[in-house]
Design a protein around this ligand. Structure first.
Ligand code: ADP
Ligand code: MG
Length: 241
């Protein structure tokens, strides 16, 4: 079992340059919890993940991961603290092979033996990547590429994983496979924060959810509660009841 890290986002104001996008966001995730962030396009979901990772300008508030204040920890240092991020796009190196993509991610481990074992674990999780290990990542299907991106994150022995729309542009069947994997990752003890366009499925598989609208959290609670709420889904998530 992985020892998941707790995450605390405390009253965060953040954005790009002088453009404030997040206006006082609070959220948390407990070790091994699967937390979904949903909400309309442009509401700041990706910006929240980027802020946790350290890619935005933070004007106020704190990001606490484990027992450390990581508000000012740069993105490239985060993996060494067990924090990994799978961005929505550009999450693999297209001109490198599947194996090379995994190897580069695994450099964070600073241990060749461990790197090899991790890679076998990733191949066990995604057998199709083993088959395609010598193939360039750019030639993979959308689903395979997303699996490789998640595999790259797993290579770093994460204790907190941030996923930005891992099922966007995938067929329902392949998306389901990716959702199953994400559930498995959280079950293994890793804390997972999942941003999703597919609010319904994200809420069905997660423990708790946050609805973001215009840079703020407008509702948080057990995912089942959000799903069964008489109005929230219809108002903000395009869910029909
Ligand atoms: N790099 C950027 N520079 C300036 N504004 C940005 C940048 N990225 C996103 N934004 C703006 O931030 C707001 C929130 O975007 P985003 O976090 O991507 O929303 P979501 O992921 O919920 O669709 C949008 O108004 C978007 O235009
Ligand atoms: Mg987004």
């Amino acid at each position: 079992m992985a020892e998941g890290l707790p995450l605390r986002v405390v009253d965060i104001y953040a954005g790009y340059g002088k453009l404030e996008i997040l206006h006082g966001v609070n959220m948390y995730a407990e070790p091994g919890e699967l937390v979904a962030i949903v909400g309309p396009n442009g509401s700041g979901k990706s910006t929240l993940l980027k802020t946790i990772m350290g890619f935005t300008s933070i004007y106020r508030g704190k990001i606490i991961i484990g027992d450390k204040d990581m508000t000012r920890t740069p993105p490239n240092k985060k993996p060494y603290h067990g924090v990994t991020y799978v961005p929505q796009v550009n999450n693999v190196f297209p001109s490198l092979s599947v194996e090379e993509n995994l190897k580069i991610a695994g450099l964070v481990l600073r241990d060749t033996g461990k790197l090899k074992r991790k890679m076998e674990e990733v191949f066990d999780m995604f057998p199709v990547l083993r088959e395609r290990r010598r193939q360039k990542a750019g030639t993979l299907s959308g689903g395979e590429r997303q699996m490789l991106a998640i595999g790259r994150a797993l290579m770093m022995e994460p204790r907190l994983m941030l996923l930005d729309e891992p099922t966007a542009a995938l067929s329902p069947k392949v998306a389901e496979e990716v959702f199953r994997t994400i559930v498995q990752i959280a079950k293994s003890g890793i804390t997972v924060v999942l941003v999703e366009q597919n609010a319904k499925r994200a809420l069905e598989i997660s423990d708790r959810g946050y609805i973001m609208v215009q840079g703020q959290v407008i509702y948080e609670g057990p995912s089942s509660e959000i799903l069964s709420h008489p109005e929230l889904g219809k108002l903000y998530l395009g869910l029909l009841k």
